[in-house]
Design a binder for this molecule. Structure first.
Ligand code: HEC
Length: 632
């Protein structure tokens, strides 16, 4: 049906087994066990051998994944930066446990457990510029959080955007910022006055001048920052909130770049955070996923115990107010594996996405993923509404039932019976008022189906299939809406397509659906990239919308502006190339995946580089600007 794509299935047929392993790497960049396997037994690698020895003799009893709630499990430690682990040993929470270790031993264990290197590229001092925010709030111009607002619409009005269909053709690359040593750029920047606040793969939070791309300050968090940054403004201060992958949540004073508080939000030893925090009415809502999906690949591992969750922290102190565990029931022994050892469950239903706030109804919405083991629960692959004051479940809409899957599938011992199809809700639900004044809740699933639900009780209003769907989407990272249409990026990524229904064809591209009926108004297929070997032309990243234009990136490295009326491509820029950067660090662009681009005040900010699942790695944040004359 699509001759240009037919080489992909063939190419990938030989790597199905590998694909199964990396499929879930979206979820787990560095499953501890894979890292260990990679790093063990390498002849001559004495640092690695020493690190391993220290870990098992000095740390393992407390830090095994099943050791209990207090200590982060090895799968969570493996997500931290070596720098953060070393700091914990030298002068942090672990200084007593590490008291007997030499400097060399500490460094070795920090590198071994994280799979990283302590020596890294540093942005030169002279690349920095003075940071300042205006004293008074008036001129502060902000955009923050996963969908740009608490309802997650991904929409900006004309005044905020400063980019229009008439000036889009003058949009030019103005600056390039390089994240040192990075291969994945997936944190979504927030805009505050003249600054972008953005996280990075190794846990650095940067303030970057949005006109010049020069950094003002940086703050070192303990682990990768995968989500968006949320800004809260107060009379005389502005604070950035975010979570790192090891579930530490931070409040950072923007004026100084210094930490106000930092709390760990994880609910299980295997908890992680990929989604973004959301803030409303004094609470920071933290979406909790679980790294156990990847850890389960280890046949020795007792699979599985953890659950997704949502934790509410006090905005002022970081103290926990409530926690919601998606699977209320604690896991117990349930059935036997093929080798006769016990399976544990129920587990999974992770929350990968960002929470969405419904102020009027006092609700916070989340999307959940598949169960990791059997029995399955009625809370997996679901959209759920939780009371934002009490953390109690109000309603749940399950789109797919009986979905049990983890990275051990299909071949390893921890793969549950009749596994799959792994159809998470990866994206944040969107709350939007239609032109008739009624509010609806929109969600796109990895199955390739878009749902419109009633926020009053979660009843299905309409559903439309836009793609074939699969483990990498379907609708992977998101949608956006301007109150008229909902724009969905359907990846239909060839890796992991849901093969169960052969009558449904893969149809990657950008779709516009009517908010009343769910009817497809237009669709623009992902343009092919035949010139490059191994180039994947799938729309996996979330789109953003401004009046007249939908911006959406592709795994082929292109950022495109589509007419919101008919889907015509109005602007196209290929980010996958080498760059000279403002901070003097080697840089290249690659695949665009994850968050939507950020549009503010005549500028467009694009993350480029996503080095997993066979996508193109890269390490840049790009600032584009329209010509001055057409801005006002
Ligand atoms: C006696 C049990 C125990 C031993 C032994 C131990 N840890 Fe811990 N570790 C903990 C607990 C409990 C926490 C959580 C502390 C908290 O969050 O307050 C923790 C936290 C950590 C953290 C996170 C620190 C942070 O700032 O969030 C790191 C990193 C860590 N341990 C590494 C190690 C390493 C490496 C070793 C071996 C050299 C080790 N630990 C040995 C119990 C232990």
């Amino acid at each position: 049906m699509n001759p240009a794509r037919s080489s992909f299935p063939m190419m990938l047929a030989t790597t199905v087994f590998l694909a199964a392993l990396f499929l879930q790497a979206k979820k787990i960049t560095t499953p501890a066990i894979l890292l260990q396997n990679n790093r063990d037994g390498q002849p001559g690698d004495t640092v690695s051998a020493l690190g391993r020895k220290i870990f098992y003799t000095t740390c393992y009893t407390c830090h095994k994944d099943t050791a209990g709630y207090l200590a982060p499990g090895i799968s969570v430690l493996s997500l931290m930066t070596p720098r953060a682990v070393l700091a914990a040993l030298n002068n942090g929470k672990m200084r007593q446990q590490a008291a007997s270790l030499s400097e060399i031993e500490r460094k070795a264990v920090a590198e071994w457990v994280t799979g990283g290197k302590l020596k890294s590229t540093v942005i030169p001092e002279n690349a920095y510029t003075a940071f300042s925010l205006p004293k008074h709030g008036r001129s502060i111009f902000d955009y923050s959080g996963w969908g740009g607002n608490i309802t997650g619409t991904g929409h900006r009005n004309s005044q905020q955007a400063g980019i229009t269909s008439s000036n889009i053709s003058s949009l030019k690359l103005k600056w390039v910022f390089a994240f040192p040593d990075a291969t994945i750029v997936r944190s979504k920047p927030a805009v505050v006055d003249n600054w972008l606040i953005v996280g990075s793969q190794f846990g650095d939070l940067y303030a970057i001048n949005r006109k010049t791309g020069k950094p003002g300050w940086h703050f070192a968090a303990n682990a990768a920052i995968r989500g968006a940054i949320v800004i809260q403004k107060h009379a005389d201060s502005a604070i950035a909130y975010f979570a790192d992958f090891s579930t530490n949540v931070y409040a950072i004073n923007l004026n100084t770049g210094k930490q106000i508080w930092n709390k760990r939000a994880g609910i299980d030893p295997q908890s992680g955070v990929t989604g973004s925090v959301a803030i409303y009415a004094g609470k920071v809502f933290v979406p909790i996923t679980s790294t156990e999906v990847g850890v389960a690949v280890d046949g020795q591992y007792n699979c599985c115990f953890s659950s997704g969750g949502l934790v509410a922290l006090d905005e002022k102190t970081g103290n926990e107010i409530w926690r919601y565990r998606v699977i209320a029931e604690a896991a117990g022994e349930r059935g036997k594996k093929k080798n006769g050892k016990p399976f544990f469950g129920p587990s999974g239903a992770p929350v990968w996405c960002s929470p969405t706030i419904d102020a009027k109804r006092g609700l916070v919405y989340i999307g959940t993923g598949e169960n990791y083991s059997r029995p399955t629960t009625n809370s997996s692959d679901a959209i759920q509404a939780i009371d934002l004051n009490t953390g109690k479940l109000i309603w749940s809409f399950q789109a797919t039932s009986g979905d049990a899957y983890n990275v051990a599938c299909p071949v390893f011992i921890n793969c549950p019976d009749k596994s799959g199809p792994d159809l998470d809700f990866g994206m944040a639900p969107i709350l939007i008022k239609r032109q008739d004044g009624n509010e609806i809740l929109l969600a796109g699933q990895k199955s390739g189906v878009v749902y419109a639900l009633s926020p009053n009780g979660g009843k299905l209003i309409w559903q439309t299939r836009v793609g074939k769907g699969g483990m990498l989407g379907g609708i992977h990272w998101g949608m956006a809406t301007d109150g008229r249409f909902v724009y969905a990026a359907n990846a239909d990524n060839i890796a992991g397509l849901d093969k169960r229904d052969s009558s449904v064809m893969a149809s990657p591209g950008i779709y516009a659906l009517d908010l009343f009926t769910g009817k497809i108004i237009w669709k623009t297929p992902s343009p092919e990239c035949p010139d490059k070997k191994g180039c994947l032309s799938f729309n996996s990243a979330a789109p953003a919308v401004i009046p007249g234009i939908v911006f959406a990136g592709s795994l082929d490295g292109h950022m495109r502006g589509y007419s919101s009326m008919d889907g015509k491509i109005l602007w196209d820029y290929n980010t996958a190339r080498d760059y000279d950067t403002i901070n003097g660090i080697k840089a290249k662009g690659g695949s665009i995946d994850g968050p939507a681009p950020v549009i503010a005040d005549g500028m467009l900010y694009v993350n480029s580089g996503y080095g997993m699942f066979g996508e193109m790695g890269g390490n840049v944040l790009l600032g584009f600007e329209v010509e001055e004359k057409s801005k006002k």
